[in-house]
Design a protein around this ligand. Structure first.
Ligand SMILES: [Zn+2]
Length: 421
């Protein structure tokens, strides 16, 4: 066993202990330990308690003494990104703002097919480097667990290339990457059959390889008028479920239908939900499916936000993710996005922090992180303030000064890390 590490004294430590997975939260439900120490052993949290007491109790611990006032919260979890892509969609951005429609942009060579073409040009190693660069920027912003979807390959081989690249990226970042197969993003332009034919091909030829190579354990699908209908996705998801994959859905972004599929299949999460109405909200709230709001996409497209307040008030489990992608959400700054969503949707700090820590982890099927409690992974971040409310108040401009992943201090400042990428 390695020597334990003791970090402190920390002015405020928000453990997020004892908070429920579902429903609205008030800030007075937050457990705040003042002048705390966090004792880490073998990459996990051994104890959180009074700094002076822990120092006496564990005299042999390696001390990481802090000078100044800091707030500690668990390392952030981004449960929805498309962080493995080639190219840029700045042209789409300009066209969209000039009033061009989705179709006009696609006809001018923009849209998702542009990203697919650009991504296909890259080798595995190049895509791994790009993914790691995104991951390291996210890590320096305090995001220690990052879901990364495929979905810009759209053929058996190209999807495999992306998922292998996400695995290869792990050697360049200490953020944990959780891969998800989104081959059902849209039917590719160069596939001549029907939507059903495409999904059949993917499920028959790609799914077994994902299992054999242990490339990913999660299957996502874009259920939308412009992508796949619930009827088309049902057999695809059934096949995935039979093989033991976890499911997640791009649901109710522009039209409803996806959330119903998510709940019916017991998916881990239903993501987007901008178009969800009363019926969809109530269905999600009564299920164990995590509702994931993606404010980055609302900001990117100039659309309304997901009904986060209503979801929480109805009792749903709400996570918030960046949706980092080149088309609709190029910012990839989770803290800024959640601060903006909190303002518009009137979310408490407790609801936001829960949504980007343990509730987001639950969307990934993970219960070992997102709280600063004994036995949890030692993923934690420190902000240079004495009041936790300052973090969201600064709308994402206050960055963590220390990021700890699995008990190791990884990055110091965003600038340093960005250069690394
Ligand atoms: Zn997405």
């Amino acid at each position: 066993m390695k020597m334990p590490k003791l970090i402190g004294p920390i002015f405020q430590t928000l453990t997020l202990d004892k908070l429920p997975i579902k429903g609205a939260l008030k800030d007075d439900q937050l457990e705040i330990i003042e002048k705390a120490g966090i004792l880490i052993e073998d990459g996990k949290i051994f104890k959180v308690g009074n700094w002076e007491k822990l120092r006496k109790e564990f005299p042999k611990a390696e001390i990481f003494e802090l000078t100044g006032e800091f707030v500690a919260i668990p390392g952030l979890v981004d449960c929805h990104t498309h962080g493995c892509f080639g190219g840029s969609r700045a042209k789409d951005f300009a066209m969209r703002n000039a009033g061009k429609t989705y179709l006009e942009i696609a006809e001018a060579g923009g849209g998702i097919w542009d990203t697919v073409s650009e991504t296909r040009k890259h080798t595995i190693e190049e895509l791994a480097t790009i993914t790691a660069k995104h991951a390291n920027r996210h890590l320096s912003d305090g995001v220690t667990t990052i879901e990364v979807k495929s979905g810009y390959g759209l053929s058996v081989n190209e999807e495999l290339k992306i998922l292998r690249a996400i695995h290869a990226a792990k050697k360049y970042t200490s953020a944990e990457l959780i891969p998800t197969c989104l081959a059902a993003h849209t039917k590719p332009k160069d596939f001549s059959g029907s939507n059903i034919d495409y999904l059949k091909l993917i499920s028959e030829e790609l799914f077994p390889i994902l299992k054999d190579e242990r490339l990913c354990n999660r299957i996502d699908a874009f259920v939308e008028k412009s992508a796949f209908s619930p009827e088309e996705i049902n057999p695809y998801f059934q096949k995935a479920k039979d093989l033991g994959f976890d499911l997640t859905v791009h649901a109710d972004q522009f039209s409803v239908g996806g959330s119903k599929v998510a709940v019916a299949f017991g998916a881990r999460s239903a993501d987007h939900l901008e178009a969800s109405g009363k019926k969809e909200i109530s269905l999600l709230a009564q299920s164990d499916c995590i509702s994931v709001a993606l404010p980055g996409a609302s900001i990117g497209l100039g659309n309304g936000f997901s009904p986060a307040r209503e979801l929480l008030d109805q009792g749903a489990a709400l996570a918030i993710a960046s949706d980092w992608n080149p088309g609709s959400a190029p910012m990839g700054d989770l803290l800024t996005q959640v601060a903006v969503l909190a303002t518009f949707e009137k979310l408490s700090t407790a609801e936001v922090f829960a949504g980007i820590t343990f509730r987001a982890a639950a969307a990934l099927g993970l219960s070992d992180r997102g709280k600063l409690v004994t036995g949890a992974l030692a993923d934690l971040i420190l902000f240079p303030t004495s009041d936790y409310r300052e973090i969201l108040y600064h709308q994402g401009k206050m960055k963590p000064v220390e990021v700890w992943k699995l008990g190791s201090k990884d990055v110091l400042t965003s600038d340093q890390n960005y250069q690394k990428g």
